[in-house]
Design a protein around this ligand. Structure first.
Ligand SMILES: O=C(O)CCC(=O)C(=O)O
Length: 267
């Protein structure tokens, strides 16, 4: 595959209401399939309940079964890959911020549990952290996923880049007043790792947070392919996968790295 068409769905999620959120997402997916016909659709963080109800036990998805069935049905129906944002899940009485990915046949190809839990919102008091890198393939293209706060952890994202992913998906529930951090970090991760970055945020408010939107699709040179403000919107972009090679021919940071030295200072 030389090009991948991506639709990133920036949503104003209903708080603690999976029914309403599923209805809305289904309509948005239908719309982008009828207009842009993407290869891959990307959703934001914790789209079943928004980020995040105090009584998470009420609507956390039991082993992700409901969300997986929903995403699988849509990916199969429209024959589209879905990077399913994240949902609040519960496995054996432990809560996770979980992400499920589906191929065009509706098959689950990968599961990622958010690794860096957002301590300013006390996410670690409710949720259990994942411990595995998010790497998988869509249409034969090696891609990666990390969730929201994970974006700040340059070491974690570098591991994905060193595994040679071509596209990094970042579902988020990134709040004000840090829209500039979100945008700058998405661009920085794209530039320093020479890969495509698709950052998909929410808009709207909860009792505690206002999400800043500004979802963004960036190419390996750091150029913005699609931008948004803070309203509900579908961002569309065609990722020309040759751009990574072209960028590396100009500046090959992966060839010029000095891991032999970095090892000495590892902390
Ligand atoms: O890092 C930030 O500023 C926001 C992170 C966040 O909201 C999250 O991980 O849910």
């Amino acid at each position: 595959m030389n090009k991948m068409k991506v639709s990133a769905i920036q949503l104003n999620l209903a708080f603690d209401n999976p029914d309403q959120n599923e209805n809305k997402i289904e309509k948005k997916i239908k719309k982008t399939m009828e207009t842009f016909q993407p290869d891959t659709i990307v959703l934001p963080e914790m789209w079943n309940v928004s980020f995040f109800p105090d009584d998470i036990q009420k609507n956390a998805d039991q082993e992700g079964k409901r969300s997986r069935a929903f995403l699988s049905r849509l990916s199969k129906m429209y024959q589209v890959n879905i990077v399913g944002g994240t949902v609040a899940t519960v496995y054996d009485d432990q809560y996770y911020n979980s992400s499920y990915q589906f191929d065009r046949e509706g098959k689950l190809v990968h599961t990622y549990h958010k690794v860096h839990l957002f301590s300013p919102s006390k996410e670690q008091n409710k949720f259990t952290s994942g411990h595995q890198l998010g790497i998988f393939e869509l249409d034969g293209v090696k891609v990666g996923i990390a969730t929201c706060y994970d974006l700040r952890f340059v070491e974690w994202i570098r591991l994905l880049a060193l595994a040679d992913i071509e596209i990094l998906f970042i579902p988020a529930a990134w709040p004000n007043p840090r829209a500039s951090h979100w945008e700058i970090l998405l661009q920085a991760r794209a530039i320093e790792n020479q890969l495509f970055v698709v950052g998909v945020n929410s808009v709207g408010t909860t009792d505690k947070l206002t999400f800043c939107g500004h979802s963004l699709i960036v190419d390996p040179f750091g150029e913005k392919l699609a931008t948004s403000k803070n309203e509900e919107v579908i961002l569309n972009a065609t990722l020309d996968l040759k751009k990574r090679k072209v960028t590396k021919e100009q500046i090959n940071v992966f060839q010029d790295r000095r891991p032999d030295l970095y090892k000495q200072y590892r902390m």
